[in-house]
Each structure stands twice: as structure tokens, then as C-alpha cells.
Design a protein around this ligand. Sequence first.
Ligand code: NAD
Ligand code: UDP
Ligand code: UDP
Length: 310
Amino acid sequence: MKRVLVSGGAGFLGSHLCDRLLKEGNEVLCVDNFFTGRRSNIHHLLDHKNFELLRHDVTHPLFVEVDEIYNLACPASPIHYQFDPVQTTKTSVIGAMNMLGLAKRLKIKILQASTSEVYGDPEIHPQPESYRGNVNTLGIRACYDEGKRCAETLFFDYHRQHGVPIKVMRIFNTYGPRMHPNDGRVVSNFIVQALKGEDITIYGDGMQTRSFCYVDDNIQGMYSLMNSRDGFTGPVNIGNPGEFTMLELANEIIELTNSKSKLVFLPLPQDDPMQRKPVIDLAKKELNWEPTIKLRDGLTKTIEYFEGVI
Ligand code: NAD
Ligand code: UDP
Ligand code: UDP
């Protein structure tokens, strides 16, 4: 039995990862400061004999004994990561350093939840891992994007300099049950608005695109990456190559919820990427992974979840 640390384990993806790791027979140490994470995400695990919760901020050192680390701690939605941008960069950079220091001391494997945001507003489409990105270092998204880029640098330097075994995953937009209803991301916003019969807020003209991956597919990719062959570090894109405009997404959600909501058009936020779609050849080859859940099916499950919580 392995003892696995999940930082950010009370968040959306982290809580699903805790579920999976427990199901695989591991012990889980969930470390979270509850900035965006919620007790309700892990409430069902609190009595599990192999689950332990530690309220802790990863910008501070942490001395525990574990066998493996998944580093997910970091707010992921623009309204949350822009609420305290300095803290966001600290969480990504100092948090990564502390988790890497822990991995180095214990000589254990560590996985980083990086992001498609390292590609910024991409000039090539779709994005392979070799693309170096187009981030505005001065913009309002940079606290997140550059924090995550620097964390990747730290991962590769700890690997080269100290021999720490690393796995770096670049996650593209992921959605599903346990997304925060107020976190401002497009899928949760549109579903909540549609269910409440409120206006659906399209930023810009709605022609920008994203690729949406259902949470179960993401977690399968994350688990496969952690257990991939020794020496495979990534970075590897994990996302669904299906590409949709925000207008298409809104119309799909209106149809699935039978909503009477109308579309309203609001200004596009600064530095909002126009398009995003992963190349997933590397994940297919190295992890034998590809997404299996269609947008329509994933949205249906997500709508069911939101019906129960709002
Ligand atoms: P989330 O906000 O639901 O989860 C992040 C978790 O980290 C929360 O539980 C939060 O309380 C915790 N946290 C934040 N700062 C912390 C700190 N200083 N110390 C300890 N805990 C802290 O977001 P999520 O969607 O579950 O994202 C998880 C990870 O995946 C993040 O690193 C995010 O950048 C990455 N990611 C997610 C997506 C996505 O579409 N969901 C896309 C790309 C990357
Ligand atoms: N660290 C930690 N837990 C550990 C080992 C290290 O939190 O078990 C922290 C440590 O306090 C430091 C960071 O991780 O701030 C990086 O550790 P490293 O050993 O690389 O650096 P050093 O301690 O030599 O500065
Ligand atoms: N978006 C939108 N309406 C909303 C929330 C978001 O049109 O209510 C747009 C946003 O401008 C962006 C896309 O949806 O173009 C995805 O936004 P999200 O914050 O979910 O993810 P990210 O921009 O980080 O990929």
C-alpha cells in the first residue's frame, strides 16, 4: 500500500483524484488550505480509514512521510486566481518548490498539474507539447500562466540537478461534478445560468474556442501518467481534442436543460485566448490514453450534479 500526498485534494480535480487513489487501495494524505476547495468535495471520504486531511498552505514547508506526490494546489479559475494574484504566483512557485523539496528528501516521484495556459494565446493551432507558448507576462492572467511556467522549470531543474523523478501534465479545460458553482468558469456559469433561467453570459462574440475534457477522462490520464514508464517526464497534454465555440457550448447547454435563457454578450476579458485545442499524440503513445466521454454525455452528468446543489 502506498501513501500518496495530494496537494489541492479538496478541490474539483483533487477530490476526484483522492477517490481514484483510495479505490486503487492507496492511503491518501489530502493537503489543502481551502482557498477554493470545499469540505463538501471530500465529505464522503472523511470517515474512510485510508484518508487523512491536513489543512495546510503549500507556500510553507511541509515535513511528512509519503511515497508519491500529486501537486494540484493552485486556484484554477480566472476569478479566483486573479483575486490575489501575488498569492497565486506564490502558490505555484513556492508551493512547487516545497513539494519538490519534499520529493527530493524522500526520493519519491512527483506529478505536477500544469496547464494549457502555458501556451497563452497560442499562435499555432492545435497545440503540441513542443510549442513554447505566447503568454503576456504583464497581463492579468500572467500570475497563473507564468507561475505554472516557472513551476515546470523547477520540476525540470529538480529532475536534472537532483534526480527527482517527475511527471508533468498539461491539463486542458476540464469540467464535471464538483466544479464550484460560482467559480466563473464557462461550463459552470452556463449550466447554472441555464438551470436558473438567467441570461447566459457570452464574453466577446462567442466565437473563441475551447476543448473540454470530462473529469473522469482527466483523472484516468493523470493516474496513467504517474504510473507511466520510468524516465518519461512529459510534459504531456491531457485534454479532449473536440473543439467548440462558446456559442456552440451555450446552445448545447440550453438544449440539454430545456432552458428559456437568452444569450447576452459581454466584453471579452483581457488576454482571453481565442482558441485552444490539444494535440494528444504523446498521451496516446506513452500512456495509451485518449478521452472516451463525449461533450454531450459529460454535460448531461454535470447538469445532473448542478441540479442537486443549486
Ligand atoms: P480548484 O480550485 O478546484 O482546486 C485547487 C485546490 O488547491 C483547492 O482545493 C484549493 O483550496 C487548493 N489550494 C489553492 N491554493 C493553495 C495553497 N496555497 N495551499 C494549499 N492548497 C491550495 O481547481 P481544479 O480545477 O481542481 O484544479 C486543480 C489543478 O489542476 C490546479 O493546479 C490547476 O491549475 C490545474 N488545472 C486545472 C484545469 C481545469 O480545467 N480544471 C485546467 C488546467 C490546469
Ligand atoms: N522542504 C519541505 N519539506 C521537506 C524538504 C524540503 O517543505 O521535506 C522545503 C524546504 O523547506 C525548502 C524547499 O522545500 O524551502 C526546497 O527544498 P530544497 O531541499 O530543494 O532546498 P533547501 O532546503 O536546500 O533550500
Ligand atoms: N466565458 C464566457 N462566459 C462566461 C465565462 C467564460 O463566454 O460566463 C468564456 C471566456 O471568456 C473564455 C472561455 O469562456 O473565452 C473559457 O473560459 P474559462 O474561464 O472557463 O477558461 P479559460 O479561459 O481559462 O480557458
